[in-house]
Design a protein around this ligand. Structure first.
Ligand code: 26W
Length: 824
């Protein structure tokens, strides 16, 4: 069967053929699964357990993806395609199976096949470990982007690191977070294609000589980057996208001389030194630790990826002169920012480009996305470490800086302070390279990830650069893939949408707008309510399995899931829960809206305050869940080990989505989109993408509260005094006193001292200033929830308004405005 460039079956005859072939396809797939089960897994169908069926099914799917991969590559080469390369230190993929089966149109056959062999399809799917090669939003965004790149048929690749250990698993012991290594490759990875012939040496250390005026770098060591591909299937297309992940190994695995001497530990030293580099993901999204290893990781995957891009280009064109016409490279935050000096080095030192020629290309190839305004998350590298690990790159950075400052000096001759501010080298204290500035100077475009964030970016952290490069800055609002985050995780809702607005909304999410006209249809609303209830029952069953207690699916489910961070204000949520608890015990016979408050999220291992908040949630849960006076009308749940596959159970089950960051701090948020798409109403601040969601679903269909960014700034300028807010609000005072007393932690009365002190004396994120409005908003939520028809009407408008938050829209914008590559 032949498909067009972008894999659309052209013409009715081909389509008929395809449908006619599907029955046979399904039979062939079942046979292939059984063959893999016997030949590769080594077990009979009668004896196979869920994990074994999973591996066999994955292998059978992988075969087909392999075919699509070959076909896609051939197309791109034949078309001399300009390609987009997405460089990211994180890809938070989650499970691959349901998505692959859906993309291959085999999901229903799989369910039938499992039934016919007496296996449970859900158990088989659940046995797949999550690929958790990321921390949070930034990594998950990268995974959604791959899904859209494949689906839109964009000639493209993702590049990252094949971490042996991904994001740690979170266990809870006595209310405290305990981190456990994530050995996700323990059973092998049936989805990856090791490319044994694709490997590049990665140099580190040493010194730079100048021979006949040319710099010559003599690295102290070299390790090897080996390619492992994951094939990312597109939906409604045979196109796929490649995620190429690099694994570090030693160039010389064995020091044979040492081995012969009997010095075995010496003999294997080089190996473990090298393998360390792709060993563990940095489990931290606010501060950087283990600095040297982290820098090694960043250079490792950047260098391997660029060498690979260059090798591919030379293979296709025999020259690098047109590289900038055929390659666009996106830096996912600054973790891959070393791509700037590394591309310069490869072009100049290895391919004889002059500085001007190399810079001309670099500036046209690279673009950079910023994901945070938080100063502590903006990467800088001490000049000393750079000198030691990457001396040639430091020289190049200095030269980029010299030329850049020279230009700025000419553009703004009377502003010596400006030069100091925009220098790529921060000279205050220990000299450090500012990776964001380096990225900006070398980029075609620099984007933020939601309108507010992009505006603040040019008004605050990058304001000087916005003057120097007025046309460089832009916005591309984030999105999420509707395949995983609606079609696959919420089959009930997907079926209802299919029945209501037939068409391919999965790949054209704007279609959801047509649901608006069903808001007044009582039958439709009832079906929506039934689906939500079923999803809440499913989550309740999961809670019961994980935590051993039951929650009432008829209660209002109020959910906050995301990384634990002070700016995200999980603590404000807790303050509200405690306030509600106080009100309920003061007046137990009132007609309280039954509620379940669900939390989930990991804290960086060194982040004391975030961990203390997890502990507080558990302590509050213990008190509240066991207080008979409440008669089960208030429950607090902390679901451990939040990850993609847990998100898939949570988003469809929420009535209320908590998006309550201090205005101006959350760059975008993407969980907010997943909740709303699944029919939860947002309680949110005027921050990040919440603003655009509000504009899209309508202000009547969202609960907005709290200070706006300008008001937060004003308050800060005037001198914010949290203890005045504490003294001025009796409820707030009582809530904080209750936490500061031994009420929730009788075994350790001072447990929450640090937290209460931080609130009363600093309150960096203005919780106390937003408390009253937040509590008030939740009263309005309770009232609104009681009017079932009105509530469900809002739910319909929420879903209908979410079309624009598809990552397909986001990727189209990158393609058109930044990369200049075609998308269907
Ligand atoms: C150096 C360690 C590190 C790792 C990750 C520092 C900072 C990060 C990211 C910038 C943190 C992150 O994930 N940012 C989130 O990116 C999402 C996707 O754009 C946004 O939706 C979130 O608002 C933003 O917090």
């Amino acid at each position: 069967m032949s498909f067009g460039i972008f894999g659309r079956a052209a013409g009715g005859a081909v389509l008929m053929n395809k449908i006619g072939a599907e029955g046979a396809e399904a039979g062939a797939f079942a046979a292939s699964v059984q063959r893999h089960l016997m030949n590769d897994v080594g077990v009979s169908p009668a004896m196979a357990r869920a994990g074994e069926w999973m591996r066999a099914t994955a292998m059978a799917s992988r075969d087909r993806l392999g075919e699509r991969w070959v076909q896609t590559q051939e197309e791109d080469v034949a078309n001399h395609a300009r390609r987009a390369y997405y460089l990211s230190a994180e890809f938070l993929i989650g499970r691959a199976m349901s998505n692959a089966l859906a993309a291959l149109n085999l999901d229903k056959d799989f369910a039938q096949e499992m039934a016919s062999v007496g296996a449970s399809a859900p158990d088989v799917l659940e046995s797949e470990p999550d690929a958790a090669l990321g921390n949070g939003g930034l990594g998950r965004l990268a995974a959604c982007f791959l899904d859209s790149l494949a689906t839109l048929g964009v000639p493209s690749m993702g590049y990252g690191i094949r971490y042996e250990f991904g994001m740690f698993s979170q266990r809870i012991a006595d209310g405290r977070q305990v981190e456990v290594p994530d050995n996700w490759l323990a059973q092998g990875n049936p989805w990856e294609f090791p490319r044994r012939d694709v490997a590049y040496p990665i140099p580190y250390g040493g010194w730079v000589d100048h021979v006949e005026g040319r710099p010559v770098w003599s690295p102290h060591e070299r390790i090897l980057a080996r390619a492992y591909d994951m094939v990312i299937p597109g939906h409604s297309t045979e196109r796929v996208c490649t995620l190429r992940l690099w694994r570090a190994t030693a160039l010389d695995e064995l020091d044979l001389a040492a081995h012969t001497r009997g010095d075995y530990s010496r003999a294997s030293e080089a190996r473990s030194r090298a393998e360390n580099i792709s060993w563990v993901l940095y489990p931290d999204d606010s501060t950087v630790q283990g600095r040297e290893l982290r820098l090694r990781q960043e250079f490792f995957f950047v260098s391997a990826s660029l060498q690979d891009i260059i090798a591919r280009h030379v293979r296709e064109y025999g020259t690098l002169e047109n590289l900038h016409e055929k390659a666009a490279i996106q830096l996912n935050d600054t973790h891959p920012a070393l791509a700037v000096p590394e591309l310069m080095r490869l072009l100049m030192d290895e391919h004889d480009f002059t500085w001007e020629q190399a810079w001309y290309q670099t500036e046209r190839i690279i673009s950079y996305t910023n994901h945070t305004l938080m100063p502590e998350a903006l990467e800088t590298w001490p000049v000393g470490i750079m000198q030691y690990l990457l001396p040639r790159h430091l020289d190049i950075v200095y030269e980029i800086n010299r030329r850049f400052l020279d230009r700025v000096g000419k553009l703004f001759p009377n502003e010596p302070e400006l030069l100091r501010r925009v220098s790529l080298i921060n000279e205050d204290g220990e000299r450090r390279v500012r990776m964001a500035y380096l990225s900006i100077v070398a980029s075609t475009k620099v984007n933020g990830v939601a309108k507010l964030h992009s505006d603040l970016m040019v008004q605050t952290i990058f304001s000087d650069f916005a003057r120097i490069y007025p046309d460089r800055f832009t916005n591309v609002t984030n999105g999420v893939t509707p395949r995983r985050w609606l079609a696959q995780c919420n089959t009930g809702l997907a079926n209802l949408i299919d029945a209501t607005i037939p068409g391919n909304w999965r790949c054209d999410l704007d279609q959801l707008k047509r649901l608006d006209e069903f808001a007044g249809d009582a039958g439709f609303r009832q079906k929506l309510a039934d689906i939500k209830l079923a999803n809440k029952q499913r989550l309740a069953a999961y809670v019961e399995r994980e935590l051993g207690f039951s929650i009432d699916p008829n209660a209002l489910f109020d959910i906050q899931v995301k990384r634990m961070h002070e700016y995200k204000r999980q603590l404000l949520n807790v303050l509200h829960v405690v306030q509600r608890y106080r009100e309920m015990i003061a007046n137990p016979n009132a007609d309280w809206q039954p509620r379940v408050h669900v939390f989930a999220g990991k804290a960086a291992s060194a982040y004391r305050m975030a961990k203390l908040i997890i502990h507080l949630i558990h302590d509050v849960a213990r008190a509240v869940n066991n207080d008979a006076r409440l008669k089960g009308r208030l429950k607090v749940v902390f679901l451990p080990d939040y990850r993609v596959s847990v998100g898939e159970k949570i988003f469809p089950a929420a009535d209320i989505s908590e998006q309550i960051s201090t205005a101006g701090t959350e760059a975008s948020g993407t969980g907010n989109m997943k909740f709303a798409l699944n029919g939860a109403l947002t309680v949110g601040t005027w921050d990040g993408a919440n603003i655009e969601i509000a504009q899209s679903v309508g202000l009547d269909n969202i609960f907005v509260f709290g200070l706006r960014t300008e008001e937060v700034e004003k308050l800060a300028r005037q001198g914010y005094n949290p203890s005045a807010w504490y003294e001025g609000n009796a409820d707030l005072k009582a809530v904080i006193d209750m936490i500061g007393s031994a009420y929730f932690s009788p075994e350790e009365p001072d447990r929450y001292r640090p937290l209460v002190d931080a609130l009363l004396h600093r309150d960096q994120y203005f919780l106390l200033a937003d408390f009253a409005a937040y509590v008030e908003t939740h009263r309005a939520v309770d009232l609104a929830y009681r009017d079932r028809d009105a509530w469900l009407t809002k739910v319909v408008h929420n879903i209908a308004g979410m079309g624009t938050f598809s990552s397909d829209r986001t990727i189209r914008e990158y393609c058109q405005r930044i990369w200049k590559v075609p998308a269907r």
